[in-house]
Design a protein around this ligand. Structure first.
Ligand SMILES: NC(=O)c1ccc[n+]([C@@H]2O[C@H](COP(=O)([O-])OP(=O)(O)OC[C@H]3O[C@@H](n4cnc5c(N)ncnc54)[C@H](O)[C@@H]3O)[C@@H](O)[C@H]2O)c1
Length: 434
């Protein structure tokens, strides 16, 4: 039985879901196909995702294909209570806004106890917990899908240590996901989260962005467009999954029009600091003590340990709630530091943030929906080759990645034409130009 905050919010949830549905044309196409073909009949899908109106449209799309759904959030702050109430009409929902850590994990376990055959994660908490606390429930499991960079890193670490027992599709590496979500989605929604919680002007400010990956690059582009001076902080000693080092990322950031520096040098320059690395303590107590009076800290990375919030609290003599999601810490050195959303994802913390724009999530969830169908087909031997059955972390099949990008263009009224046979043959030759 569902556990939500307030059933009286149901009408708010229904209106919000309808608005999202009206603006998600790609999922509409997929929903029609699923309604006809019913690929998920008899399959219980367990979900751990930000439960907002866009996720609701996605879950209803899977339900239209015959799936039974049970869902919790993937972040204690991000549930829309109206949406949770509306979904609980015909799905099992275990989620509410402002859960404690204990409640959050209890909700995940409530989903696990429904014995899902497929899991959909954003950050990896559900599948991770199934592996290490409920391994017996992985018998007859079909597979999982993972939405974000942090979950993808966790899965690869599990695979490396031979701990991964099921096939999982890593959606984060699909090119269309990269474009839709990390770059353009975060680029807009993180700024929206900061501005709506603080009501401050961006033009003329110095913004320090820590991490110039997919998220950081999207943020920097938009902040520059709003008249800010952007400093990017990168690090060395790591390689990303395309083999690029911090030197490559730093140079890319410089040539894109940002200044680039170490966190030590940027600490006393920034008006607003945003972390987007997937790592921990990238803003530490040593950086905080050097910051300007009234500097603002926000996190766009998945977990709430990118900013060392524990040290910030220990360095403070008092704190004051300025507005929802904005707390002022008065440091013992006399300066004030403002922290957004307790250091959790700033673009997903209610009530001031609403997550990615609807059209962005239309693309990301369409990718997700087609990958769930692919997992089911793989499992039932419908696909003869490239089947995803052996425990591993798989990439999104190219045809799905391309199909979603094509649908998105078509929904914008754009139809591309194929190269001619002669052009394709020309490009296959080694002696181009002769
Ligand atoms: N807020 C959102 O809506 C949203 C959306 C997608 C992903 N994410 C999360 O954002 C984080 C980043 O995602 P991404 O796709 O950009 O990852 P990415 O791997 O493309 O980029 C991360 C970058 O951070 C750099 N980095 C790592 N440690 C650093 C450090 N100590 N100092 C400076 N730079 C450092 C890396 O070199 C890399 O360039 C992840 O936690 C991901 O789950 C958030």
């Amino acid at each position: 039985m569902s556990k939500i905050k307030d059933n009286n919010l149901i009408n708010d949830g229904i209106s919000a879901i309808q608005w999202a549905k009206d603006n998600m044309p790609i999922l509409k196409r997929i929903r029609k196909k699923f309604q006809k073909e019913k690929p998920f009949v008899g399959i219980n899908i367990g979900v751990s995702m930000h439960l907002d109106s866009k996720t609701a449209v996605f879950l209803k799309t899977l339900q239209a294909g015959g799936a039974d759904i049970s869902a919790s959030s993937c972040n204690p702050l991000s549930t829309d209570d109206g949406v949770a109430a509306a979904l609980s009409e015909n799905m099992e929902i275990f989620a509410w806004s402002n859960e404690t850590d204990e409640e959050y994990y209890n909700c995940l376990e409530s989903v696990i106890r429904t014995v899902p055959k497929i899991t959909l994660d954003d950050g990896g908490d559900l599948l991770y917990r199934m592996h290490f606390k409920f391994p017996a429930l992985l018998k007859n499991f079909i597979g999982g899908c993972e939405e974000t960079s942090t979950g993808s890193i966790r899965l690869k670490a599990m695979k490396e240590k031979n701990e991964l027992k099921v096939p999982v599709i890593d959606l984060n590496n699909a090119y269309s996901k990269y474009l839709f979500d990390n770059r353009y989605g975060s680029g807009q929604s993180v700024i929206e989260g900061i501005v709506s919680a603080t009501n401050i002007l961006i033009a003329g400010k110095t913004i320090v962005i820590v991490g110039y990956g997919r998220v950081g690059r999207g943020l920097a582009t938009r902040f520059r467009g709003m008249g800010a001076r952007v400093i990017v902080v990168e690090t060395t000693g790591l390689l990303n999954n395309k083999g690029k080092s911090g030197y490559h990322k730093g140079l890319e950031a410089l040539y894109d029009g940002n200044w680039v520096s170490s966190m030590e040098d940027a600490s006393n320059e920034g008006d607003i600091f945003i972390t987007a690395t997937g790592s921990k303590d990238v803003i530490s107590k040593h950086h905080i003590k050097d910051m300007k009076d009234n500097a603002i800290l926000a996190n766009a990375g998945h977990f709430d340990h990118e900013i060392d919030v524990v040290s910030l609290k220990n360095m403070s003599k008092s704190q004051e709630q300025v507005s929802p999601n904005l707390v002022r810490y008065k440091l013992k050195n006399g300066k004030s530091i403002l922290l957004l959303s307790e250091g959790r994802l700033v673009n997903l913390s209610r009530p001031t943030a609403h997550g990615h724009p609807i059209e962005i999530m239309d693309g990301s969830f369409s990718l997700h929906a087609l990958c769930v169908e692919y997992l089911v087909k793989s499992n039932s031997n419908i696909l003869s080759k490239n089947s995803f059955k052996i425990p591993d972390v798989y990439s999104v099949p190219n045809n799905i990645d391309e199909m979603v990008a094509r649908y998105a263009l078509e929904e914008n009224g754009i139809i591309l034409k194929s190269s001619t046979f002669e052009q394709k043959e020309y490009l296959k030759k080694a002696d181009l130009g002769t």
